[in-house]
Ligand binder design. Structure first.
Ligand SMILES: [Zn+2]
Length: 166
């Protein structure tokens, strides 16, 4: 089932960890309207800004999966409001720059798993407040591989990305 033009319900549900552990990570029907808002108002603008296929590492997480991956119970993944994205054809720092420059509204945008060896990070977490879109905070965070989060302004993020040559 398509949630939007480029995102299917199956992509939002798929998790290698769920498969490996035999967890049924099906999205409950009552969350489909929320997932459609996430797809239409967050995923599609990002997809359009990047103009490249996006692989969802983790989208929706049922309680069992969320506990298994050590997610907090308030995780936006457990509300069908978040996507972890990886890209085969584009450096993540470039993707982050394009998302920021496109002026896309989001709740949190996090470059996760950064280290000195890997300034690009490992994936981009993007979330969207689907119940009340006025609640989207446009909060940008950089997260290192020790799970330390640093909040930055849009300008600081763009300066950092530029400093890395992207
Ligand atoms: Zn995430």
């Amino acid at each position: 089932m398509q949630l939007s033009k480029h995102l299917s319900k199956e992509e939002l549900e798929h998790s290698d960890i769920a498969v490996k552990n035999g967890i049924d990570n099906s999205l409950p029907d009552d969350l489909i309207p929320r997932a459609k808002i996430l797809a239409e108002f967050l995923f599609e603008p990002i997809r359009e800004a990047l103009n490249t296929p996006i692989h969802i590492n983790s989208g929706w997480r049922c309680d069992e999966l969320n506990r298994l991956v050590g997610g907090v119970s308030t995780s936006q993944h457990a509300r069908a409001e978040a996507l972890d994205m990886v890209l085969a054809d584009m450096p993540l720092l470039k993707a982050l720059r394009l998302i920021l420059q496109a002026g896309i509204i989001f709740d949190q945008l996090i470059l996760e798993g950064m280290s000195d060896q890997n300034p690009h990070g490992t994936w981009i977490h993007a979330s969207y407040a689907t119940a009340n879109r006025a609640n989207n905070r446009n909060m940008i965070l950089l997260c290192n591989d020790k799970k330390k989060y640093t909040q930055v302004t849009r300008e600081q993020a763009l300066n950092f990305i530029q400093g890395q040559g992207f």
